[in-house]
Design a protein around this ligand. Sequence first.
Ligand SMILES: Nc1ncnc2c1ncn2[C@@H]1O[C@H](COP(=O)(O)OP(=O)(O)OP(=O)(O)O)[C@@H](O)[C@H]1O
Ligand SMILES: [Mg+2]
Length: 269
Amino acid sequence: MMTSTETSTDMIRFYNVTKRYPGGQTALDDVSFHVERGEFVFLTGSSGAGKTTLLKVIFRQESPSQGQILVNGRNVSSIPRKKVPFLRRSIGVVFQDFRLIHRKTVFENVTFVPKVLGVHLKDRRRIAYAALRRVGLAHRINAFPPELSGGEQQRVAIARAVINRPELLIADEPTGNLDPELSREILRLFLDINRQGTTILLATHDKDIIQRLGGRLLTLDSGRLASDQTLPPGELARHETPASPSFVTEDGNEYEDENSPDGEAYSFE
Ligand SMILES: Nc1ncnc2c1ncn2[C@@H]1O[C@H](COP(=O)(O)OP(=O)(O)OP(=O)(O)O)[C@@H](O)[C@H]1O
Ligand SMILES: [Mg+2]
């Protein structure tokens, strides 16, 4: 079914995936597509079309009724239940409603999984600062989520999602609760993360954002993949890789990304 060449360039591959929920809803209907490493792909479709379900089967929040899914060369359905946390740790996930723990600080939120995994406090602080610098929020490391704006909360959620430098980042309507200005800021962040090499699959209703960025667009219609198209190039195409990656924070300071590939890599596995 697969050759080794396929595994090396594929990040996601769906083979005839169908998902029927108990009760009879067919949320995904014979969906096949693939996403290559480093791609930035939009997923759209009207409410109930199956976007969230498609994302959930990728990190095995749900299992398909039929078909196969490969993520980074691994057959997601055949991963033993015990190993599912390892799959999830290799995928960053961002939701519309941020899902931060309100009574924990930004630091505690972004380092929640590393702490569970026994990463020492000193290392947790280092990776938290690196991730928060990426989203321009290092100065709010001790704040609690309710003290932050919606856009800031989403940036914290993105920092949490990228803290383990996942190869794949999945986002479900990440700008759905934000006004257009903030949405553009958040999108710029996703572009930066993609530019650093992370593959991104982003579900959105927002036609304006899709048009503005351009690139590849998957459209679901009642669970079927209605189209897989490449839009005229927008900001995504113009987004050039700078010689030395750096991130500009809110106060206008520019920081080198000390966590860049030649720095100390951090991995849980
Ligand atoms: N847990 C569930 N049990 C039963 N049916 C479900 C469940 N989750 C989703 N569905 C149904 O599956 C279909 C696809 O839902 P899904 O949430 O994937 O759509 P969506 O494209 O993300 O919609 P939205 O844009 O509103 O978020 C819908 O008909 C929905 O009612
Ligand atoms: Mg949804």
